[in-house]
Every structure is written in C-alpha cells, then in structure tokens.
Design a protein around this ligand. Structure first.
Ligand code: CCH
Length: 274
C-alpha cells in the first residue's frame, strides 16, 4: 500500500494497466477517458447537482443508466489500483485515470487536482438522461453542455476526444471507430470530420450513423455519430472544427483546458485543498 497522498504512485499504476492486449484495440485508455467524462458530465450548474463527486456510477441508479453501458469495463480495470492505494477515493481515481490515459496516448498534460469525495449526497444525485444522445442534433448538444457551463468552442474541443476508442453495437448501438488509430490522441478526428465525404446509413439494428465510403463504394470501418456531423454542419461549431483540423497544438491546448474544467465541475475545496 502506498502512502496516502502519493498520487504519483497511483499515476504509475494507471499507466501500467493501460496496455490490455485482449481488450478492444489493445488499450484500456479510451474507455477510461469515457468513464472520467461520464462521471463528471452529469453536472447541472443551475442546481449544482451531478458531477464526479460521489462516484455515483458504483450504484445502479447512475451505473445502470443506458448511457453508461460498457463503463463497467473501465471500473473493473481500475479495481487493482484502488486495492493497491485504498486511500484514494473512486471519484479521484476515475478522473485521474482519464487524465493519465489522455497523456499516455500522446495527448496533452491535463491539470488535475485531488479532493473529490465518495460520499453520496442524496440532494446532489443527478437524474438519468443528462448525458448526450448521439442520435440528436446541435441544439441537443448545446443544451447538454451549456447546462454544465461550457461554450461552443469548449464543446467542440471536448468532442475531439472521439479521436479515441470506438462505438460498440452492444453498448450504444452505434458501431466502429472514428479514426484509424483510435489509441493515439491527435486531431485526426477533426481532419476526417471536415475532410471526408460522410454518408448516412442505417445499421441492421435500426441505428443511423454516418460512414465513410471510398471511391469504389467500399465502406470503410470509420464512422461518425449524428452529433459529430452536427458539429461539422453548425455555422459556429464548424469554425472550431476547421481550426482544430488545421492546428493540432491549438486543439491540444484547448482540450486540456476544457477537460480540466470538466473534471472540476461541482468540486469545492477549502484553502488547504481539502
Ligand atoms: Fe463520446 N461517445 N460522446 N465523448 N466518447 C462514445 C464513445 C466515446 C457522445 C456519444 C458517444 C464526448 C462527447 C460525446 C468518448 C469521449 C467523449 C459513444 C460510443 C457514444 C455513443 C459508446 C460505445 O458504444 O461504447 C456524444 C453524443 C457526445 C457529445 O455530444 C466527450 C465530451 C468525451 C470526452 C471528453 C470516448 C473516449 C469514447 C470511446 C469509448 C470506448 O469505449 O472506446
């Protein structure tokens, strides 16, 4: 067991578990990033409810939200780290793991602070349905992220995380990765979103998503959600899609800021950081 407060030791153990040859594309990284985001993304600024405090996904009420399907894999990956460092809260562990995973997959360093509690405050519990629905349009994306306190630029930067990982037909119903190398953090998602011709298809399960077909009409395995395409087609969002497609450094900087802000939603610390 490490000394309480030794977050460097926790970081090192998270790095060690990222390599998972039997899982998805060989990395636990993408699903850890999604766990961090879904733990925080229930926040509502007006009522100051939701957010990563409380690690509510441990319980059926939040963990069983269909939007969180598949995230049990991420939580199971992290159990040995929690066992080796029992002093860290789940809420800190899940958010830290997301930040470490982004960095280890080649992304920016994200400023992360400890201090989240696992105490479940019933008055802060988020109702289900606060996370975004990939089948919807730009107005839905805005409503969800404005509720957390983000602006249009931050929304586009955050959605650049779809450079990582993939959709699973047995989780969300969507299927496939957004980019060819889904375990490497880059701005490729924006370059493909802006640069390729995307075609709307209906999958055998009835779910509609966008796919890329090359000149011979052969469907590649790359995909976009309707909400991703909404970023390309919205007059304000699209300016940021183009900027991030052209300027990887700008994307990394803006992503790091927006993701750090996401991890802090609803978290308050006293002067000593407690
Ligand atoms: Fe996302 N995301 N996301 N997403 N997401 C999915 C997968 C990942 C939406 C829907 C989906 C963000 C924003 C949005 C990741 C990070 C972020 C999936 C597939 C859907 C659907 C789930 C499955 O089937 O396993 C929608 C809608 C929005 C906004 O409107 C933001 C913000 C972030 C992080 C900053 C990551 C990473 C994945 C891949 C997970 C994996 O298991 O590979």
């Amino acid at each position: 067991m490490s000394k309480p407060g030794n977050y460097e030791a926790v970081r090192k153990d998270i790095v060690k578990l990222l390599h998972q040859p039997e899982y998805d594309d060989g990395s636990a990284g993408p699903v850890l990033v999604r766990l961090a985001w879904h733990s925080a993304g229930t926040y509502d600024a007006e009522t100051d409810t939701g957010g990563s405090n409380g690690a509510g996904m441990r319980y059926e009420r939040e963990g069983g939200d269909p939007a969180n399907a598949g995230l049990q894999h991420a939580r199971v990956f992290l159990e040995p780290v929690k066992a080796a460092h029992p002093w860290i809260t789940y809420a800190d562990l899940w958010t830290l793991a997301g930040c470490v995973a982004v960095r280890e997959m080649g992304g920016p360093e994200i400023r992360w602070l400890p201090g989240r509690t696992d105490y479940v405050d019933d008055s802060k519990l988020p109702p289900r349905g606060r996370l975004p629905d990939g089948s919807k349009a730009a107005d839905h994306v805005r409503a969800v992220f404005y509720r957390m306190g983000f602006n249009d630029q931050e929304i586009v930067a955050l959605c650049g995380a779809h450079n990582l990982g993939r959709c699973h037909s047995d989780r969300s119903g969507f299927d496939g990765p957004w980019v060819n190398n889904p375990t490497r953090f880059s701005n490729q998602y924006f370059r493909l979103l802006a640069g390729l011709e995307w075609k709307l298809v209906t999958l055998p399960n009835g779910v509609k998503q966008w796919v890329y077909e090359d000149e011979d009409g052969i469907s590649e395995r790359l995909m976009m959600l309707p909400t991703d395409i909404a970023l390309r087609d919205d007059p304000v969002f699209c300016e940021w899609v183009d900027s991030y497609a052209e300027d990887k450094e700008l994307f990394f900087e803006d992503f790091a800021k927006a993701f750090a802000k996401l991890m802090e939603l609803g978290i308050r610390r006293d002067a000593r950081g407690g």
